[in-house]
Design a protein around this ligand. Structure first.
Ligand SMILES: [Zn+2]
Length: 101
C-alpha cells in the first residue's frame, strides 16, 4: 500500500482512531523521543549540565513532588528536569500529558 492511499484512508477515521494509530507507530518505531524523557535520561546518566550555571558536576538530591531533584556542586543550587523549561511552574503536569496525547 502506498503512502497516498494511507493518507486518504485516514481521513475516514475519527480523531481518536488517528491518535491511537500515531501512538502505536511511535511505540513500534522508537522514532519519537519526548524532549523531557530525553532530558531526564541525560540527567540520570550524568551527561547533562546544571540549568543555572552550566556546571557538569551534580548529583541526585532526593525527590520533589515525584521528580528527581539534583544538586549542583558548582553553584550549590538544586534543580529538576523541569527547571528552566516552561513546565517548571505548572502544578498539574499530568493533565498536560493528556492534552499532548
Ligand atoms: Zn549549577
Amino acid at each position: 500500500m502506498d503512502i497516498y492511499k494511507i493518507k486518504e484512508a485516514q481521513l475516514n477515521l475519527s480523531v481518536e482512531e488517528r491518535r491511537t494509530i500515531l501512538l502505536e507507530i511511535e511505540e513500534e518505531s522508537d522514532l519519537h523521543i519526548p524532549v523531557l524523557e530525553n532530558r531526564r535520561q541525560k540527567l540520570n546518566d550524568n551527561i547533562s549540565i546544571c540549568p543555572h550555571c552550566s556546571g557538569k558536576k551534580y548529583c541526585k538530591h532526593g525527590k520533589d513532588k515525584g521528580s528527581q531533584r539534583y544538586y549542583c556542586n558548582t553553584c550549590r543550587r538544586t534543580f529538576t528536569e523541569y527547571t528552566g523549561t516552561w513546565l517548571a511552574g505548572i502544578h498539574k503536569r499530568n493533565l498536560l500529558l493528556i492534552i499532548y496525547i
